[in-house]
Design a protein around this ligand. Structure first.
Ligand SMILES: Cc1cc2nc3c(=O)[nH]c(=O)nc-3n(C[C@H](O)[C@H](O)[C@H](O)COP(=O)(O)OP(=O)(O)OC[C@H]3O[C@@H](n4cnc5c(N)ncnc54)[C@H](O)[C@@H]3O)c2cc1C
Length: 531
């Protein structure tokens, strides 16, 4: 019998599988619903748009109908493959703002202050740059500073300076705020996914067992104690028991869904679905956060856009160089510059993130297209709106019902509109302004408050950063304690994006790796790293 069963091989699941099996007397079974990640489109960074569009690598979820977006549904990608969403994501590496974690501490979670999280951010990475007291140099994840050698990246930074902002040398170091050259989970030209960084190097450990294409259908409970899981695989339905703990790392949608399927959740809802209540916990699936955003797009002459390097010859070269040498454009995720900015001086710290892409991408008849220009993904970093994840039915193979409630709080709409205006101000500056031909979307004519609000509401989309649905905390409103233990249960933890008490000012996966690293020490009864 295994000691630990971990459900889900995303960032959190892979960290835990690696760290728990450092103790040779502990055996771990890692279960993943998806299949192998040994695919070119997963491993080659430049193939990211193909990886996340592939139906066979994802769960195919739709969020909505969204009540504040006119009933629109949003395509919400989630990785269903070894490495979870880290095998299909955009690889942008951002830790978040120190204020985010100090904010967690003020919610009654003092062990999650920035100074206590920082050693774990350092432990998880090898940052390929000059050594610094803020960065790790021997961790499993390979993080690199993007080359950003195409001139328009620098034009963006200079335009930002002309608009009055500063360029920060390491936004994952002392100062997050400002414009920056981006950093990415890319090492030696390859995606540094959770599976590549944390699983492959320890694949041969005798105490680690990984099973893919195994869908966990519920946690087996004996009273309030978790004793194992029920799974569906090619071999049919199985019950697998464990000695010590079941750890859910199935992500912000998968973990609350599994708790509810196991009779842990709001009793009224569970009964509606005919599920026997094992543990009443009303907040399972509530408090869903996500970063909403919009694309602001501008056209340029082809020579100023990456499109000039992505013609038929350019694409062939990209593929060959990557296959033969792990070099060239195939090694980039294309998001090589960005910014963390305040939309007004009264907010305590940056509330807006920009991701800069030197081409315009858009969907036409369901197909991803590109044209010469540049694109800002404007992301609302600290949304006030909250959504929820619920069961559609007691059938574990039914997708959960997800509603983000984007723009439910009018302040979110305000910040996004201000963000569009602020980004336009940057674009108007030299040298970016002189290279810009026209605003492609929404178009310069969309300028009044009313017009911009309507455009944002029609176009707001997801940054794919769901969190908070099994929120960590000490009392009412929370699902797990500061070490991920489910309140009221024994031998059952949740460790993944779902336990974040509040989202972070960043793409969230670095925070997920960090929290799994930190909780792995708790599980192993190791003293926390020195603050
Ligand atoms: C398209 C996209 C782009 C993104 N870009 C970035 C980015 O650039 N930078 C960044 O920091 N973050 C990015 N993210 C977010 C980031 O990838 C996630 O926040 C992170 O992967 C969450 O980790 P997790 O361990 O909580 O869950 P996940 O990575 O979602 O992993 C959960 C795993 O559990 C498995 N699972 C779920 N249910 C079951 C079940 N019942 N049985 C068995 N297995 C199950 C899933 O298949 C999956 O492998 C992006 C996400 C997406 C989808």
């Amino acid at each position: 019998m295994y000691d630990y069963i971990i459900v889900g091989s995303g960032p959190a699941g892979c960290v835990l599988a690696n760290r728990l099996t450092e103790d040779s007397d502990a055996s771990v079974l890692l279960l993943e619903a998806g299949g192998s990640d040994r695919r070119l489109i997963v491993q080659m960074p430049a193939a990211v748009p193909f990886a996340y569009m592939r139906k066979d690598l994802g769960w195919g979820y739709q969020a909505g109908p969204e009540p504040h977006l006119g009933g629109r549904c949003i395509d919400e990608k989630r990785g269903r493959v070894l490495g979870g969403s880290s095998s299909i994501n955009a690889m942008i590496f951002n830790r978040g703002n120190p204020e985010d974690f100090d904010g967690w501490a003020t919610l009654g979670l003092p062990s999650w202050s920035w100074s206590r999280c920082l050693p774990y951010f350092e432990r998880m990475e090898t940052f390929a740059d000059s050594p610094s007291e803020w960065r790790g140099s021997s961790g499993p994840l390979k993080v690199s500073r993007c080359k950003a050698d195409f001139p328009i990246y620098d034009d963006f930074l200079r335009a930002g300076e002309h608009a009055g902002f500063t360029v920060t040398p390491d936004h994952n170091g002392r100062t997050q705020e400002g414009l920056h050259i981006a950093q990415a989970y890319i090492g030696d030209g390859v995606r540094s996914s959770a599976a590549n960084a944390y699983l492959r190097p320890v694949w041969d450990r005798a105490n680690l067992h990984v099973r893919t294409v195994v869908h966990v259908t519920r946690v087996l409970m004996d009273g309030e104690r978790a004793v194992g899981v029920e799974v569906a695989s090619r071999g049919g339905i199985e019950r697998i028991e464990c000695n010590r703990e079941v750890i859910l790392a199935a992500g912000a949608f998968g973990s609350p869904q599994l708790l509810m399927l196991s009779g842990i959740g709001d009793p009224d809802t569970l009964r509606q679905h005919g599920i026997e209540v094992n543990l009443p916990l009303r907040d399972v699936g509530e408090h869903l956060e996500n970063h909403p955003g919009v694309n602001l797009q501008f056209t340029t002459d082809a020579k100023h856009s990456l499109m000039s390097r992505l013609g038929p010859v350019g694409k062939a070269r990209l593929g060959l160089e990557w296959l033969l040498l792990r070099r060239g454009l195939g090694t980039t995720n294309f998001f090589e510059a960005g910014a963390f900015l305040r939309t007004n001086p009264n907010v305590a710290y940056a509330n807006l993130q920009l991701e800069f892409l030197p081409l315009v991408r858009y969907l036409e008849a369901g197909k991803l297209k590109a044209r010469a220009g540049f694109n800002f993904w404007i992301d609302l970093s600290r949304p006030a709106s909250r959504g929820r994840v619920r069961l559609r039915s007691a059938n574990p193979f039914d997708a959960p019902s997800i509603v983000f409630n984007h723009l439910a709080d009018s302040s979110d709409l305000r910040v996004l509109v201000d963000g569009v205006r602020l980004t336009r101000e940057i674009v108007a500056q030299a040298p970016l302004g002189t290279k810009c031909k026209a605003e492609f979307a929404p178009g310069a004519a969309v300028n009044s408050d009313a017009a911009l609000e309507a455009w944002v509401a029609q176009n707001v989309g997801t940054s794919y950063h769901p969190s908070g649905t099994c929120r960590m905390g000490t009392g009412a409103g929370s699902v797990v304690d500061a070490a991920g233990r489910v309140h009221g249960a024994t031998a059952l933890r949740v460790v993944d994006a779902s336990i974040m008490p509040r989202t972070v000012t960043a793409n969230i996966s670095a925070a997920v790796y960090m929290l799994a690293e930190k909780i792995s020490d708790e599980i192993r009864d190791k003293s926390p790293l020195a603050a």
